[in-house]
Design a protein around this ligand. Structure first.
Ligand code: 26V
Length: 831
């Protein structure tokens, strides 16, 4: 379809659906009509893809979250329709931004995991691989964040108000998923026949969201499963049904696709999470099996045509569920079913934090998924028998590798055992998986473990969100980088070209001014675009150490108060972060950031030189605005804790300079740009581990006065040895902690001071904020001094952009495709 046809179709749709013309229609109606036409085009493209897939292996990417961001502009750009569409709107006195503003940011994701999934779909489509995403069609996404008075308030994210327009219900693909009840197994000649009594059946219907490829004909679906009520037909059985029980169950199960990550502190919430996970995997696998059987004689070759990817442990129940379907529904014996299952599945671990190594209580799983439990037990019986034979005198190791322990089923062990390949998301993270998290598995089966470093959709994160920089790059080296991101390396020599650097500095200043205007419009205060924009944007978590950043800002504040005449380049610190609703410490840190921002803002003596802006409701759209305006990218997690990070890559791609620890993909950014173009500080991962093992005593970084003397502290001081702690540092940190105790903007933060000083749950701060402070401060100060020399700064910025191509998700996806999924792009001949 050419662009004119497209615009004409939108116009026809406006008339047919709303009885309106393009010049009289409201932006919302134009938005709906445009999306409707885009959706139809993409549906047609994806149907032709389904045909091609019959003869080719495809990947199914299972993830509880897809943080796709707004789609109107990115889809129009990818489909080559954007420019003409804008002209067409302008001719009718309409404006693209007003139409685009009708789209809410679909918050059907939580953080890095979901955004990575979205970037991967973009690259899979751009590279024309046969692929589909699978997730749930949540009625509500992650909460919308408000922060009145610094307190996080979570409002429902009703993304479907504008998001529904993108969805195509696929009624014909509806499947049934069963929960609860009792299972009767009868074995005959190694084959089992299963009968269910009293199970509750939920219908799952996919709502498809399509992702277009970049300037090709691809359209990949993300199938979002939604609960639909089962039609009740009269029959003698039904008339005997306990209807009260039915209503109770219906109320519970209808919530399966209600909300992303419901609170799971109570039993009911945990059960709901398990049901969500099972609903996703069962519906997905049934869908894949029926698609396979519609064009193949049997499931014997299922794994030759299907690569099924599990993201974090949430979809790990795909393993017993595929076993169940193969054995119970399709008559396979155990060994054959297991071979097919392991050959089809692969698993990516996205964090070493315990929350992603899920464990489900045995009683909960038995009540909810009785048949799955019997399969898990059998997987585990065989696993532990095999391990005991291979490791005869290592009962402890075998117990640690078991799928069951302390009354829990361990989803991470399951994911490792049931997959042919396990990968981490950066070099250092994959190494930690091999050496620590899954070391026992890795020593038995080293070839199972590999690394694929994350990547980002550079077409969204550079071409779309930073048009000025994109134009400069295109003028300088052409537009080859749009399809071949490593072409950006051709920019490298321009780091030494003053004209290029000046043009870069110029456009950065404009981006900063635009962002300042936006902040002023939305939040009331206008940041100074001539100050350094220093950015930390990510989920709020102790390990990401927004607290360390706040401590340093307090340090700068104190220094400005004590020595107002000092030469101080104005600096604005931006934070944006959502805290998990039940995460008390994260909410306290958020409150500190907010209070500190207010306290500095009311202090006339410093506010022109130092400010802290907390931007509420961090999401993809806000990230797209702030990243092109950033000078400094803070990536300061405690080494060993951030699996990869992808914000670090987005900021680098836009020329921000990283101030970070040797953690996650920072390590590879350092490798790419060299040590003169990135600013690394702090303990490395091995040092962190050694320090925590030896005993970390934060009090040695503070003035000794008034310190309670106890034996534990004395031994810790000795073992923490390596750093020399001078008195000036102790004074700085003590006065910062005093300030927390005294209160900031009327709020007392003694709890945070105590956390930093003595820790909680009888362990000192495991994220080592005080320990890394001195090096952080030194490195940040050095970096800041460089900002005063724009020639040098923009040379560094240019080198960062030039070397960022290797972090395109196109590159990650090629690696997954070639090394893990073993899939090929679709042949050009399908068109
Ligand atoms: C954990 C939890 C815990 C409580 C509530 C809900 C919930 C949902 C998801 C998770 C796991 C989050 C995993 C995650 O997002 N990991 C991030 O993955 C990125 C992509 O690989 C990576 O760049 C980040 O470093 C990693 O933190």
């Amino acid at each position: 379809m050419n662009d004119l046809d497209f615009c004409r179709k939108v116009e026809q749709c406006l008339t047919a659906d709303f009885g309106l013309e393009r010049d009289t229609a409201r932006p919302r109606q134009i938005y709906l009509a445009t999306v409707s036409i885009l959706r139809q085009i993409l549906l047609n493209r994806s149907l032709s893809l389904e045909k091609a897939e019959e003869t080719q292996k495809k990947v199914s990417y299972l993830c509880m979250e897809f943080l796709v961001g707004k789609m109107l502009e990115s889809h129009l750009r990818a489909m080559g329709l954007y420019e003409d569409y804008c002209v067409w709107l302008a001719e009718a006195g309409q404006n693209f931004d007003a139409v685009a503003a009708e789209e809410q940011d679909p918050g059907i994701g939580n953080g890095g995991l979901g955004r990575l999934a979205a970037c991967f779909m973009d690259s899979l489509a751009a590279l024309d691989y046969p692929a589909a995403g699978y997730s749930l069609c949540y009625e509500e996404g992650l909460f919308c964040q408000k922060v009145p008075g610094g307190e996080q308030v979570e409002l429902p994210d009703t993304w479907l108000y504008s998001g529904e327009a993108w969805l195509t219900p696929r009624d014909e693909k509806t499947v049934a998923v069963r929960f609860g009840g009792k299972v009767k197994e009868t074995w005959r000649q190694g084959k089992v026949s299963i009968h269910y009594e009293g199970a509750y059946t939920v219908l799952a219907r996919p709502y498809d969201l399509f992702i277009p490829g970049y300037h090709n004909d691809a359209a990949l679906p993300i199938h979002l499963w939604r609960v639909v009520p089962e039609p009740i037909r009269f029959s003698p059985d039904e008339s005997r049904r306990d209807w009260d029980e039915h209503w109770r169950e219906q109320e519970f199960y209808s919530k399966i696709s209600g909300q992303l990550y419901p609170d799971d502190t109570q039993y009911e919430g945990k059960k709901l999470r398990v049901c969500q996970q099972y609903f996703l995997v069962s519906a997905t696998l049934q869908n894949l099996i029926s698609a396979h059987l519609s064009c193949h004689a049997s499931l014997d070759d299922f794994a030759e045509y299907n690569a099924i990817h599990i993201n974090d442990t949430h979809p790990a129940l795909a393993i017993p569920e595929l076993m169940r379907l193969l054995m119970d529904e399709h008559g396979y014996d155990w060994d054959h079913a297991w071979t097919i299952t392991v050959a089809a599945l692969s698993y990516t671990n996205h964090t070493v934090m315990p929350e992603a190594l899920e464990c489900w209580p045995r009683n909960l799983l038995s009540e909810t998924l009785p048949r799955i439990v019997s399969i898990l037990e059998e997987i585990n019986r065989r696993l532990t028998a095999d391990l005991s034979a291979r490791l005869p005198r290592e009962a402890k190791k075998v117990a640690a590798m078991s799928l069951e322990g302390d009354g829990m089923f361990r989803m991470a062990n399951l994911a490792v055992v049931g997959s042919h390949t396990v990968n981490g998301v950066s070099q250092i993270h994959s190494q930690i998986l091999r050496e620590r998290v899954f070391s026992d598995f890795a020593s038995l089966n080293p070839e199972k473990f590999t690394n694929v470093t994350n990547g980002i959709a550079h077409r969204r994160w550079l071409c779309q969100s930073n048009p000025r920089l994109t134009a400069l790059i295109t003028e300088t080296i052409g537009d080859g980088f749009i399809s071949n991101p490593t072409d950006l390396e051709r920019l490298y020599p321009y780091a030494d070209n003053p004209d290029f650097r000046h043009a870069f500095a110029d456009l950065r200043r404009k981006n900063k001014a635009d962002f300042s205007d936006y902040v002023a419009g939305v939040y009331g205060r206008r940041p100074d675009p001539d100050s350094i924009f220093d950015v930390q944007i990510k989920r709020l978590h102790e390990y990401k150490r927004q607290l360390l950043n706040a401590l340093r800002i307090l340090g700068l504040y104190h220094s400005l108060k004590e020595n107002p005449e000092q030469n101080f380049y104005p600096q604005t610190f931006f934070f944006a972060a959502k805290a998990a609703p039940g995460y008390r410490m994260a909410k306290r840190i958020l409150k500190l950031l907010w209070c500190l921002g207010e306290e500095i803002a009311r202090d006339k003596a410093v506010r022109d030189r130092l400010s802290l802006v907390f931007l509420p409701d961090y999401n993809v759209s806000l990230a797209q605005r702030i990243i092109p305006a950033a000078d400094i990218s803070q990536q300061i997690s405690t080494a060993g804790k951030e699996a990869s990070g992808t914000g670090n890559m987005k900021l680098m791609l836009n020329g921000a300079i990283t101030l970070g620890t040797l953690d996650g993909a920072n390590v590879e950014i350092l490798e790419a740009v060299g040590k003169d173009n990135i600013f690394i500080f702090g303990k490395n991962e091995k040092e962190v581990e050694a320090l925590l093992r030896a005993g970390y005593d934060p009090r040695r970084y503070l003035l000794p006065t008034g310190r309670p003397k106890d034996a534990a502290a004395d031994t810790a001081v000795v073992s923490a040895g390596a750093d020399v702690v001078d008195r000036a540092l102790q004074e700085t940190l003590s006065s910062i902690l005093d300030h927390l105790e005294k209160g900031i903007y009327g709020e007392n933060f003694s709890d945070l001071a105590a956390y930093l000083k003595i820790g909680y749950h009888s362990a000192p701060d495991p994220y080592l904020c005080l320990c890394d402070y001195a090096d952080y401060d030194r490195t940040a100060a050095h970096l800041k001094r460089l900002y005063a020399d724009p020639e040098r700064w923009f040379a560094m910025a240019t080198r960062n952009v030039a070397m960022a191509g290797r972090f395109s998700s196109d590159i990650s996806i090629r690696r997954y495709a070639e090394r893990i999924w073993k899939i090929q792009p679709l042949p050009a001949s399908r068109k």
